[in-house]
Every structure is written in structure tokens, then in C-alpha cells.
Design a binder for this molecule. Structure first.
Ligand code: AMP
Ligand code: ZN
Length: 137
């Protein structure tokens, strides 16, 4: 399954070059061309799925296992001090390439390229209602 207009499908097909760190039957792992830090890489499934909602459960599990393997390997090689694994779904969430991918972002002490957000405040009543609304029945 591929999308004719998708840049990651073109990379997987070898039509656009990438710096590949790992490849198996299901995934390619490559360096991000606009890295948040030294070593920022992406786990990309070879089949086209736009986002986490479309990704089959089996591949979701494999992607997380591969993220653990890559994070361990990259931390050993880069000697980084921490690691972010993140994944955007939808434009409003910051997704710009609509082919599912996981970001592997090494973090280094003393660098200020942090992923931060301002904590919002919701009342106790709102939090109770949210917990009830979101509880998986
Ligand atoms: P997202 O915003 O989560 O959709 O992330 C898309 C990521 O893909 C960005 O970090 C881009 O820098 C990266 N990217 C875009 N084009 C390429 C490319 N040709 N090769 C490698 N990474 C890319
Ligand atoms: Zn694609």
C-alpha cells in the first residue's frame, strides 16, 4: 500500500534518498533532514498509513519494540543524556508528513532544545468529569 504523493513512500521505494540507519521487512529508520538534535531519526513503516489511527496493531507493537532497540543503540553510540520518543497525528498536533512515523530524538545535557509545554489548569470538577468521560469501559 502506498500513496503516490507521499514523500515517505517515495523514500521507502528508493526514489528519494535518505540516510538509512536500519531497515527490515516492515520499517526503515532514517535520519531526519531537519533534526531537533544531533542524531534525530525517524521510524517509518514501509506501508503507507497516515497516522496512528490507521496503523495496524501488530505494526504499532513492532514500532515500539524497534523504538526501544534504536534508542538503546543510539544512546550507546551518541552517549546522549536522555531521549524523547514522540509521534504527531494531525495538522493541529504538528504532523507535517502524513505517513505515520515516530521521532527518535537524543537529548544532551546543557542544550536548550527541549520539548516543553505550559501546564494548563482545569478545576477539580472538570478533571473528575474528564476522567469519567475518558475511562475505558
Ligand atoms: P512531523 O512534523 O511529525 O510530521 O515530522 C515530519 C518530519 O519529517 C520532520 O521532522 C521533517 O524534518 C522530516 N522530513 C521531511 N522530509 C524528509 C526527508 N526527505 N527525509 C527525512 N526527513 C524528512
Ligand atoms: Zn506514504
Amino acid at each position: 500500500m502506498r500513496d503516490a504523493n507521499c514523500i515517505f513512500c517515495k523514500i521507502v521505494a528508493g526514489e528519494i534518498p535518505s540516510r538509512t540507519l536500519f531497515e527490515d521487512e516492515d520499517f526503515k529508520v532514517m535520519l531526519d533532514v531537519g533534526p531537533a538534535s544531533k542524531g534525530h531519526a525517524l521510524i517509518v513503516p514501509k506501508e503507507h498509513y497516515a497516522n496512528i489511527y490507521e496503523l495496524p496493531d501488530e505494526l504499532a507493537g513492532k514500532a515500539m519494540r524497534l523504538a526501544k532497540r534504536m534508542a538503546t543503540h543510539m544512546t550507546n553510540v551518541l552517549n546522549c543524556d536522555g531521549f524523547n520518543i514522540l509521534q504527531n497525528n494531525g495538522e493541529v498536533a504538528g504532523q507535517t508528513v502524513f505517513h505515520y512515523h515516530m521521532h527518535l530524538i537524543p537529548r544532551y545535557k546543557g542544550s536548550d532544545e527541549m520539548i516543553l509545554w505550559n501546564a494548563n489548569h482545569f478545576s477539580d470538577e472538570q478533571m473528575d468529569a474528564l476522567a469519567e468521560q475518558l475511562s475505558v469501559k
